[in-house]
Design a protein around this ligand. Sequence first.
Ligand SMILES: [Zn+2]
Length: 319
Amino acid sequence: MSVIAIDVGGTSMKGAIIAGGDVLETERRPTLRERGPDVVVDSILDFAADLKARAALKGGAPLAAGLALPGIVDDATGTAVRSANIGWENVPVRDLATARLGLPVAVAHDVRTGGVGEAAHGAGRDTSDFLFVPIGTGIAAALMINGAPYPGATSWSGEIGHIVVRPDGEPCACGARGCLETYASAASISRRYSALRVPVRASIGIWGTESPPPSGPHVPAEEVIARAESGDVLASRVWTEALDTLADALATATMMLDPSRIVIGGGLAEAGPRLFAPLAVRLAQRLPLRPPPPLVPAQLGTEAAVHGAAVLALHAAET
Ligand SMILES: [Zn+2]
C-alpha cells in the first residue's frame, strides 16, 4: 500500500508516491509563492489530489498523505503558523488537505520531516537520538529524541541558524546580530566572499557601516571552499570563519543535548571531507570535557523530507 508525500520548498514542491520506502513516482511543480499564499495552498492541495489519483491507478488508493512545510509549523495541529518566504499565517493545512483528499494527513516542519527521513532510511537509522543539521540557503536543525522529532513548546525548536555566535557581529535578516546563519550558510559564505572581493576604493566613503556592502561577482560557496584550499586569502578567511562559527554552535548544541551523532545535510555537506575534517577538529577543540559526537553526512540528500513525509503519513494512517 502506498502513501503520498509532498515537500514544499520556497520555489518548488517535490511530490512522490512511496510504498515500503520505495519511491514509485516523483514529480516537481512550482510553489507559485509569487502569486500569494492562497494560490500556494491551492497548488499543494491540487498536487496532493493528483498524486492520490495516480497512486490509485498504480494499485489501490493510498493510505494517507504527508506534507512537509517551510517556516514555523505546528506539527500537532497541522497548521502552517508562519512563513516569511511564502507569506502565509495560521493556515490549517492538515484540515484543508484531509477535507480535500478524504485521507488521513500528517503535516510537519520541513527540517524535522527531513530528520524523520534520515532516521528511517538514512544516516540516523541505527540510533534514536541525533541532531540533523541541513546547511543550505539557511541553517536549521531537527532534534531527534527517542526516534521522534522534538518541536518544542511553540514549534520553534531547532533554529540553530539564529544562535548568536559573534556578539555584535554582522546583522542578520532576523533582526539580531552575529547569528550563525550570517557566517556559515552556503548563501552567506558566497555573499561574504563576494563582498570582500569588491575593490577597496569602492567600499570606502560611499557605504556607511550600516549599509549592505556592494557585492562583487557571485561566487558559489563550493567555489569559495575550493579557492580557500588553493590559497586564496579572502576565501580562506571566509571559510575559516564559517567553520569556526559552525563549530561554536555545534559545541553549544552538543553540551546541551548530548546527541549520539550530528548528521549534516544540505548543499554544504556536498563539500565532503573538506567540510567534515576541519569541522570535526574544531568541534573537538571546543569540547574539552567530553568526546565530540561523530559528524556524519546525511544520506538522503534533498530527498530526506519527502521520505520523512511518507513515514509521517504512515503514522497518520495507523492512528
Ligand atoms: Zn538571525
